[in-house]
Design a protein around this ligand. Structure first.
Ligand code: NDP
Length: 306
């Protein structure tokens, strides 16, 4: 096997759920310049500042640009379309053109929200897209810009991301379960909760493979194995907390349809992602979603107890 040299990596969005885990997983691959929106050492990390972004990439001259920054407020995006499009679409245009000029690889993350949620089959990478909300449309346009640029790229579409750091659905359910005797949780949206740590580890693995086999670039679905509804996910979290002896007020977790929980941005009902292309290309076996969720629950309850 050919020797792989250390990579010069630029990571944007270093403090997001995925960005934080990438700081860890990318570290052994080479020199990592990691920026948040405030930048450092004269480098701009704000992806709404296109000139600043170009300057940063031209200065660092990365072999690999990993973009974990994004506009991720799905409901708010309906009221702030310009900002969402700037961050999720226009910044992708700038990054992909700059990486094409450098001959490096752009790693980017996208979403199950590019699909319209119809049917019950797991979506594969060539299925027709049809986003239901502004966020999904802005992410899809970002993917398309990267593909059209001709730069080497790895785009990972993922779903229902959580991390032990920051807020997430499981933490919200745990908090509500301590405060209320009844919870109403949506049961007609189906997907796979996916840990930011898994996404980061797969990214590092894929980059190592890309160094050896540059033809592995492309668009891949990356989610934990199996499927669940938000209602079942909440029930798993609550059962785990009960077994762990955490005092809860909740007695009933009611399943409700999406229609009974109106939000500004419509969500797809079928968020299942078929990840076989990723598993085959990179020789991976994605773990069941429950494994990562249980680990995250252990981490957050240990932190809370301290
Ligand atoms: P987070 O919201 O946790 O992180 C996004 C990061 O982007 C934050 O650190 C945020 O910084 C940063 N950011 C926002 N605006 C700017 C800006 N103008 N300049 C620089 N940085 C900025 O998202 P995730 O880690 O969960 O998401 C990672 C990727 O995965 C994204 O591309 C997202 O679209 C995709 N994805 C996420 C899903 C999810 O459920 N979360 C599901 C499917 C895909 P700050 O903290 O300062 O605001």
């Amino acid at each position: 096997m050919a020797r792989t040299r250390p990579l010069n990596i630029l990571l944007l969005g270093k403090n997001g759920q995925v960005g934080w885990e990438l700081q860890r997983s990318l570290a052994p691959l080479g020199k990592v310049t990691a920026l948040d929106r405030f930048g450092q050492d004269g480098l701009c990390g704000d992806i709404s500042n296109m000139d600043g972004l170009r300057h940063t990439i031209d200065t660092v001259k990365p072999d690999v640009l990993v973009n974990a920054a994004a506009y991720t407020a799905v409901d708010k995006a309906e009221d702030e379309p310009e900002l969402a499009i700037r961050l999720n679409t226009e910044a992708s245009v700038v990054m992909s053109k700059a990486m094409k000029a450098l001959g490096g690889c752009l790693v980017h993350y996208s979403t199950d929200y590019v699909f319209d949620g119809s049917g019950t089959h797991p979506w594969n990478e060539t299925d027709e897209v049809g986003p239901l909300n502004l966020y999904g449309a802005s992410k899809l346009a970002g993917e398309e810009a990267i593909q059209a640029s001709g730069c080497q790229h790895l785009i990972f579409r993922t779903s229902w991301v959580y991390a032990s750091r920051g807020n997430n659905f499981a933490k919200t359910m745990l908090r509500l379960a301590k405060e209320r005797d009844t919870l109403n949780v949506i049961n007609d949206q189906i997907g796979a909760p996916t840990g930011a740590d898994l996404i980061a580890d797969v990214t590092a693995h894929a980059l190592r493979q890309w160094q050896q086999q540059p033809q592995t670039t492309g668009l891949y679905h990356l989610a934990a194995n199996g499927e669940t509804s938000w209602h079942h996910y909440a029930s798993v979290v609550i059962q785990w907390a009960q077994k762990a002896g955490i005092p809860l007020a909740v007695e009933t977790v009611n399943p409700i349809p999406s229609e009974d929980y109106p939000v500004p941005a419509e969500r797809p009902k079928n968020s299942r992602l078929d990840c076989r292309a990723l598993e085959t290309t990179f020789g991976l076996q994605l773990p069941q979603w429950q494994e990562g969720v249980e680990r995250m629950l252990q981490e957050i309850t240990i932190k809370e107890a301290q």
